[in-house]
Design a protein around this ligand. Structure first.
Ligand SMILES: [Zn+2]
Length: 384
């Protein structure tokens, strides 16, 4: 359904949300409102695409539910919120319309199922860029689901919090305004102790009646340094690359992560070609792959290809040990699995690629390194 391209963003820490970056002032302001009991029940966070509006709304939800009253990050409520598992913090976002739902109640069920699946994905890979094929929306059935949840008592604390991302997609067509109207009713008659936190990068597309019932807060672009920090510390990107991605991101961590995953996607494609060339007994294939690499320079890119090759070999290894679900990208590895080399051959191959990475760091010519690597890999992987 959705395609996740996590790129070099394989999480090395327990899955969960990364810290909010670059919105300290707004966080302090929101914190003060919560402390004084002055936060309105409906808030609209608006600002450019990818600046972290939904992340900020999730933080505010955590803040509202924290047992210490501070988004401490340590209490049970905070830990659940950070793992997207808090029973009173509900995150809604546009989803594709489920197929084959014959009745409205079936549609609501299916939509809720796919929301929970999507949350599962986001929990497992919080930095991955999520894309759906085709149109998505926040449908009437989702709003009805929210209403039903809002009418229940909170499961853990005193409050229920809804985060509604891309809220403008509640009006996919002017001819069917039901979702927006149903939502309007929810805002007009808010359940006691429920907070509704909307986010939108196109607030002008929201119904004016919805806008007028929310407190609008502008979320500003994130300083470049903060985006760099996120890329280095959380996504594990090296400093030079992080600096360049951050500069190009126009203050949007989301855009930087997208560019990162696109670059890594390209590198993975090249890594797949590299392993195919190694597995092919055809010397022409091997030489033409080596020749397709730049004779010098672009060392960062070449290292990324080799790093991706190691990742693919690891995926093949987990598959050969009967645990493909532990792999990073089982689909990509499956494309090579026709050869299914044994585990010891794959371990040898990983060592060879890592040696090549060290050579590449020592400024040797990528073509020469690759030509040698392909021959060594070929014999390692063909060994019985
Ligand atoms: Zn807490």
């Amino acid at each position: 359904m959705a395609e996740a391209r996590g790129g070099g963003a394989r999480p090395s820490r327990p899955p969960g949300l990364h810290a909010v970056v670059g919105h300290e002032e707004l966080q302090a302001r929101l914190s003060r409102s919560v402390e004084r009991g002055r936060l309105p029940a409906s808030v609209l966070l608006h600002g450019p695409v990818g600046v972290g509006k939904q992340r900020l709304a999730l933080w505010l939800g955590q803040r509202l539910l924290c047992e210490e009253g501070s988004a401490c990050g340590r209490c049970r409520s905070c830990r659940l919120a950070l793992r997207l598992e808090h029973p009173d913090l509900h995150w809604f976002f546009p989803l594709p319309r489920p197929k084959g739902a014959s009745t409205p109640s079936r549609l609501r069920e299916k939509l809720e199922e796919s929301r929970l699946e999507e949350l599962e994905e986001r929990r497992a890979r919080p930095l991955a860029v999520r894309d759906f094929d085709g149109a998505t929306g926040l449908y009437l059935a989702a709003v009805q689901q929210m209403k039903a949840m809002a009418s229940r008592r909170p499961a853990m604390g005193k409050r229920t919090v809804f985060v509604v991302g891309d809220a403008e997609s509640m009006v996919p067509q002017a001819s069917s305004p039901e979702a927006a109207n149903a939502f309007l009713k929810l805002l007009e008659e808010p359940p006691e102790d429920a907070f509704i936190l909307l986010t939108s990068s196109r607030p002008g597309a929201l119904l004016p009646t919805i806008r007028s019932r929310t407190l609008g807060l502008r979320v500003l672009p994130v300083p470049t340094g903060a985006i760099e920090g996120l890329l280095v510390e959380v996504a594990g990107v090296d400093a030079d690359r992080a600096a360049s991605l951050a500069r190009r991101s126009q203050g949007s961590p989301g855009r930087a992560l997208r560019a990162l995953s696109e670059e890594s996607g390209a590198a993975r494609g090249r890594a797949q070609d590299l392993l195919k060339a190694a597995l092919s007994r055809d010397r022409v294939d091997r030489w033409s792959f080596a020749a397709s690499l730049p004779p010098s320079g672009a060392r960062g890119d070449f290292d990324e290809v080799l790093a991706s090759a190691t990742e693919l070999l690891r995926d093949l290894l987990t598959a050969s040990l009967g645990r493909p679900e532990l792999g990073f990208d089982p689909g990509a590895a499956a494309a090579l699995a026709g050869a299914a080399p044994p585990a010891h051959a794959l371990l040898r191959a990983i060592a060879l690629v890592e040696e090549a990475r060290e050579e590449a760091a020592g400024n040797l010519n990528p073509q020469a390194i690759t030509a040698g690597l392909l021959v060594d890999l070929g014999s390692a992987l063909e060994s019985p």
